[in-house]
Design a protein around this ligand. Structure first.
Ligand code: NAD
Ligand code: GLY
Length: 374
């Protein structure tokens, strides 16, 4: 459910006593409302990284100062490579050195990496303390800051050590997106576009009409895109918090995407870029399975992704077709959705409705053989 006051939108995640609001807006209207919702506590620790802290850290610190007896911050190095035990420990060090008790509140100021790490630290510190997400990337505003998945990476697998721990508040300041590099902005748009095929074709239509405004980062367009994305994610998470079933649909394009990210070497392709090419493959798979997805929709999806400056062609992971197919299968089996030898994919029953379905390897190999140029 969402409501709107002037240029401020609010979406609520309904999870009983763990319910919380997501505020989406900018400027004074946003922060006045956010300040009224800051969780009560003895102290606050802002966790950020070396890129984001200089941009928005001091202002957040000032906003928090009247609300907590003590406000401290810890600045981590930037990048997915640091989403690990060593840097998680830096958060615990800062909490303990500052004498933070069970009523401290953690603030995650940054993209998904900072958000996932801060959330996991909050889940663990003194068996669980409150935290607030202040996402500063588009991807974090429409996806990672919402829903309570928190994690760090292990050398043997991404996001393998984590917990479900819901924030108490999410504050999406659209002004923070102005400084986001173009490739990161496009990566976030991939997750925005995802919500159309899986749940809401009216939103997909809207995205087709407003992609130029979004690419120009116009505030009204951004506010609607972030709000509608959060509404869809909120409905899914409220119905299936721990991913017993429905929540899997949020991973449309992600099984192929994970294979692209891992197979190309982490960092070579941004996650959102890999998801974009993955959605094209997942759509082609839906067609191959005889689901109600026609060529017209597949072409519209490609065109929208291209408008968002996203790749639509998955890369080859090996020089010949057989090796390429096997390489994709190997990486996809590492993905959490693999069950035994059967691979489960999120596919489209029709545009606007995603389902999960087991697909045999031969079908996937035939698809990859046709879709990937060598
Ligand atoms: P990120 O956190 O690495 O941020 C991308 C880059 O943008 C970084 O260099 C960051 O410092 C920089 N940045 C952030 N905000 C900025 C701003 N306003 N201006 C300029 N630069 C800015 O990456 P991301 O795409 O935000 O998140 C990816 C992470 O999110 C991955 O670790 C992924 O596993 C995780 N994730 C989690 C969930 C979830 O449900 N918890 C969902 C999707 C992704
Ligand atoms: N990003 C997928 C999820 O939150 O479940």
């Amino acid at each position: 459910m969402s409501s709107s006051i002037a240029s401020l939108n609010r979406v609520d995640i309904a999870l009983g006593d763990r319910s919380y609001p997501i505020l989406i807006g900018q400027g004074q209207a946003l922060w006045q409302q956010a300040e009224a919702l800051f969780p009560a506590g003895t102290s606050a620790l802002i966790v950020s990284n070396e890129t984001v802290w200089p941009l928005f850290g001091p202002a957040l610190r000032e906003r928090l100062a009247p609300h907590y007896a003590k406000v401290e911050h810890v600045v981590l190095p930037d990048g997915e490579a640091h989403k690990d035990w060593l840097h998680l420990q830096r958060i615990f060090d800062a909490l303990l050195q500052n004498g933070a008790d069970r009523r401290c509140v953690l603030y995650a100021l940054g993209g998904g990496v900072v958000g996932d790490m801060t959330g996991f630290a909050a889940a663990c510190y003194m068996r669980g303390v409150a935290f607030v997400q202040v996402p500063t990337t588009l991807l974090a505003q429409v996806d990672s800051s919402v829903g309570g998945k928190t994690a760090i990476n292990h050398p043997l697998g991404k996001n393998m050590i984590g917990a479900f721990h819901q924030p108490q508040l999410v504050v999406c300041d659209l002004d923070s997106l102005a400084s986001l590099p173009a490739a990161e902005f496009s990566a976030g748009l991939a997750e925005v576009i995802k919500y159309g095929p899986i749940d809401d074709m009216a939103f997909f239509d809207w995205l087709e009409a407003h992609m130029p405004a979004l690419m120009a980062r116009e505030a009204d367009a951004l506010r609607h895109a972030v709000t509608r994305s959060c509404e869809i994610k909120a409905a899914v998470v409220s119905a299936d918090e721990k991913e017993a079933g429905l929540r899997e649909i949020l991973n449309f394009g992600h099984t192929f995407g994970h294979a692209i990210e891992a197979g190309m070497g982490y960092g070579a392709w941004l996650h959102g870029h890999a998801v974009a090419a993955g959605m094209v493959l997942a759509t082609a798979l839906s067609q191959r399975l005889g689901l109600a997805v026609d060529a017209d929709f597949a072409a519209r999806l490609r065109a929208l992704l291209q408008q968002a400056k996203l790749p639509v062609q998955a890369p080859a992971l090996a020089a010949d077709a057989a090796a390429n197919g096997q390489r994709y299968l190997e990486w996809m089996r590492v993905d959490k959705k693999a069950q035994g030898n059967a691979m489960r994919f999120v596919v489209l029953e029709r545009p606007g409705k995603a389902i999960t379905q087991k697909v045999d390897d031969a079908t996937v190999l035939a698809l990859l053989g046709d879709a990937i140029a060598l």
